[in-house]
Write a protein that binds this ligand. Structure first.
Ligand code: HEM
Length: 391
């Protein structure tokens, strides 16, 4: 009697398990069959995981990687896949991509994978949609437009570059990728938070920032010790540091205002020397953003400005080092030396000088085009969309 009861439960468990697995498989592949003929051709890979692992498989930055190569040659430039736990249409078609980005919030909406939401938070620019996104983007655009040509910013960039170059003098070998990382981080931390490279807080933020980056594309399970959990904790530490810096700035401004009220001349050097022109200072005066949005904005700027810039610099140097690039390197040198000759010794470059670097701009654009700096952006279709001959 006991043995048959046990048998019964084993059968229930086996059937339950088989049913569960069958359900997962059916749920995974069903959209491919139901939408057959309505979406571009493609494949869904493994149940649950889909083709995410092959999509994320590392590959040289100057190539599109075997996943895109194989899928494009098998199905064409637009195909269906299963990525980050969702049925996905992948487009490598320039026209379709342009159409998608032109129809933001009308036909398509920004939609990044789950771990990015958990780590960046609800008000990050990569996660926010509609009005909140527009509001944040407007602040970002006006901040970049007002600071990009300011002498303080240009002098900082030049100073950090000169410092980096002089640190190479006694070295037999430099790993450019590492140097570019340091350079990009030092520039962005100075520009956003006003912190110098040698301040202890800069090192702390960098350490947390690297953990934060590692977790961005990971399994979104908050289990202590995993890349995801470490990234969430790192984000919260960076947020606390940013909040502390905001508080210090507010106290400093209040003290400066009191100092002025107490009849000490407004142009006193002790006040003007403390005046800053970084993002944070300007951000503190923006009253359309909440405190959380300001903190998140700082994190977005660090994230946006660090990884992309260092990778682009590394790609430019990589391409210039290739055998057939010597004439390009020569042309760059001629352009830069020509501008330098017009300046006094030790005179800093200004915005007009940068605008004269037209050949340099072409080299940068070409590295952007060939270097896959940002390999993909994610969008969700808000309704069924028909584009040209595509199903
Ligand atoms: C080589 C340099 C760069 C490249 C290739 C690059 C690429 C991109 C791309 C492709 C997006 C679109 C993401 C999307 O819409 O889903 C984006 C957005 C963004 N980038 Fe950059 N970026 C670069 C430099 C920077 C810098 C220097 C900053 C900050 C100072 C920055 C801040 C941002 C921000 C805040 C967003 C979100 C904008 C929005 O959602 O409206 N980026 N970037």
């Amino acid at each position: 009697m006991a043995a048959s009861g046990c048998c019964f439960w084993i059968n229930v468990m086996v059937f339950g398990l088989v049913g569960f697995l069958f359900g997962i498989i059916l749920n995974h592949f069903l959209p491919l069959f139901l939408k057959h003929g309505l979406v571009p051709k493609g494949s869904f890979g493994w149940p649950l995981l889909g083709e995410t692992l092959s999509f994320l498989n590392p590959h040289p930055s100057n190539s599109i990687g075997s996943y895109l190569q194989q899928h494009c040659s098998r199905y064409g430039k637009v195909f269906t896949s299963h990525l980050f736990f969702s049925p996905t249409v992948v487009s490598c078609d320039q026209e379709l991509n342009y159409f998608i980005l032109q129809n933001e919030d009308k036909l398509f909406q920004c939609s990044y994978p789950k771990p990015i939401h958990g780590i960046l938070g609800k008000v990050s620019m990569l996660v926010a949609v509609s009005e909140t996104h527009k509001k944040l983007r407007n602040v970002a655009l006006s901040l970049v437009n007002t600071t990009k040509s300011k002498p303080e910013f240009l002098n900082d960039v030049e100073g950090i570059a000169v410092q980096m170059l002089s640190s190479w003098k006694d070295k037999e070998q430099v790993i450019f990728c590492d140097e570019a990382r340091k350079f990009a981080f030092n520039v962005i931390v100075k520009q956003v938070l006003g912190l110098k490279a040698d301040e202890p807080r800069t090192a702390e933020i960098l350490q947390d920032f690297l953990l934060f980056m590692k977790g961005l594309i990971s399994l979104p399970l908050y289990i202590p010790g995993t890349a995801y959990a470490k990234a969430v904790q790192a984000r919260s530490r960076i947020s606390s540091t940013v909040r502390a810096i905001i508080e210090e700035r507010r106290r400093a401004s209040a003290a400066a205002a009191k100092y002025v009220d107490d009849d000490i001349p407004k142009n006193s050097s002790s006040i003007s020397s403390k005046q800053r022109s970084d993002f944070l200072e300007i951000l503190l005066c923006v009253d359309t953003l909440s405190e959380d949005e300001k903190v998140s904005f700082v994190l977005d700027s660090l994230l946006g400005g660090y990884e992309t810039t260092f990778l682009l610099m590394a790609m430019v140097v990589y391409f210039l080092g290739l055998g057939d690039s010597n004439p390009i390197l020569e042309q760059l040198k001629i352009e830069h030396e020509g501008i330098r000759k017009m300046k006094e010794k030790d005179e800093n470059l200004n915005w007009e000088d940068y605008k004269k670097m037209s050949f340099t701009q072409l080299v940068i654009n070409e590295a952007l085009r060939s270097g896959n700096i940002v390999k993909f952006v994610h969008r969700k279709a808000l309704k069924d969309v028909k584009f040209k001959e595509l199903p």
